[in-house]
Design a protein around this ligand. Structure first.
Ligand code: NDP
Length: 403
């Protein structure tokens, strides 16, 4: 029986709050605060209709640390779940430190003026969280999040060491729009236009964005082109699995998405530096995000499935030589929408955020300091993930990937 305070009221938050309300034995009181209170109220109303549970709502600018501290002190939650944007990670962590409460998020901190996805800023909080006797759990979404837990499950149950790791993120959903992103457009476009980076023989290897393309047959989806890109869990996976010879991240994009993104990039609409327009500074990418469809509006029309997983090759635990395993989840957009009113990209992030919150509140994952998903026992997390709408499957492949 615990009280939680969720920050942010987008698609991920909506799924997470619905799933928390469906587990009232763990989440006995849910408080929801965000920049726009009407969005919190809309989630609360949907939760009331679907589950009969009440969610209390508040307006907050999470970058205002004193206001955050006041809200936390007033409500006295056991955990603050940050489902706002990566820019708010550090101010919310500061507020949690001051108020002495545990913290969880789904994406690592990113400075507004630089598309840099690195854990260094949040890892630097470790000693302060440890001394305060509180926990921060970083990256409890799907990727980052479940992909790291999948990897550690393979290392616990199938492989002694992991030599090669490939994370495959496929969204086979069709939303019927010419161009739209399935989560926050600004964060999504910053991520996919950044140079690709993978881990090889102890160092990062950088290559041009979208420069490496491979066609892959995804179960439940079909054949898709996937592109190598940088993704933040590669950093924590390399840190906690120092034996890794190579780790890469791949994401599928349709030809239409690539075509639109290329044009937008070529004309400067994805820039994140200020541009003078009619006497005032605007950030082209922020303006673009404002005119694109909001991700939370795509749920109603999106059809198809996501398929996200990890292929790992390494020395088998049972001494039978080198083995390769593929562990993944397939999620249906329409099923996700029916259950929570949100499409599968929000669903596959919001459910792990709820499961990570449950792990912390139930002390199945415990400690003082700042932790990544790789540092805890994967079993209770994956058991609950399967029960809560994201079942997963593991199979042995004939050999290592040939791409
Ligand atoms: P949305 O843009 O839909 O929602 C973000 C919410 O945060 C909005 O309600 C927004 O308010 C609120 N917000 C923004 N700034 C502030 C602020 N200063 N104070 C308070 N609230 C604020 O994003 P998503 O729901 O798609 O994504 C949420 C998070 O999940 C992001 O960090 C994203 O990177 C992460 N994510 C992680 C994934 C994973 O697998 N790990 C996958 C997908 C997303 P307003 O409504 O006023 O704009």
């Amino acid at each position: 029986m615990s009280k939680v305070l969720v920050i942010g009221a987008g698609g991920v938050s909506s799924v997470c709050v619905h799933k928390m309300a469906m587990n009232p034995d763990i989440f006995s009181q849910i408080h929801l605060a965000s920049r726009t209170k009407s969005k919190c109220d809309a989630i609360a109303e949907s939760v009331r209709q679907r589950t009969g549970q009440e969610v209390a709502t508040y307006e907050i600018d999470a970058e205002e640390v004193p206001a955050m501290v006041n809200l936390i002190r007033k409500l006295g939650p056991s955990l603050v779940v940050n489902l706002a944007l990566p820019y708010q990670d550090l101010p919310i962590m500061d507020a949690c430190l001051e108020a002495g409460v545990d913290y969880l998020d789904t994406a690592n901190y990113e400075p507004k003026d630089e598309a840099k996805f690195e854990y260094k800023w949040q890892w630097a909080y470790h000693d302060r969280f440890r001394e305060a006797g509180i926990l921060a759990l970083l990256g409890s979404g799907f990727d980052p999040g479940v992909t790291s837990v999948f990897t550690m499950w393979l290392k616990k149950h199938k492989l002694k060491t992991i030599r090669q790791l490939d994370i495959l993120d496929c969204n086979g959903g069709d939303h019927g729009q010419h161009f739209a992103t399935n989560f926050n457009p600004e964060i999504n476009i910053r991520e996919v236009t950044a140079p690709a980076r993978h881990w090889e023989n102890g160092k990062w290897v950088e290559s041009p964005a979208m420069g490496e393309k491979v066609e892959f047959q995804f179960e439940g989806v079909g054949s898709k082109n996937m592109y190598m890109m940088y993704h933040e869990e590669l950093e924590s996976l390399a840190k906690f699995n120092p034996e890794l010879e190579r780790a890469r991240f791949w994401m599928t994009f349709g030809d239409e998405y690539i075509k639109h993104l290329t044009v937008l990039q070529n004309v400067g609409m994805t820039r994140i530096d200020p541009v003078k327009y009619q006497g005032r500074d605007i950030i082209p990418l922020q303006f673009l995000a404002a005119v694109l469809p909001q991700p939370e509006t795509l749920g109603e029309t999106t059809k198809g499935k996501t398929n996200i997983g990890v292929i790992a090759t390494g020395e088998a635990l049972d001494g039978s030589g080198e083995k390769t395993f593929y562990i993944n989840n397939i999620c249906d957009h329409e099923d996700a929408y029916e259950e929570t009113g949100n499409q599968a990209v929000s669903y596959t992030t919001g459910v792990p955020a709820m499961v990570g919150s449950a792990m912390v509140l139930q002390r199945k994952w415990a400690g003082d300091g700042v932790f990544n998903m790789e540092e805890f026992d994967p079993d209770p997390f994956l058991e609950m993930l399967g029960e809560q709408g994201l079942p997963w499957n593991v199979k042995e492949l004939d050999g290592p990937v040939d791409f």
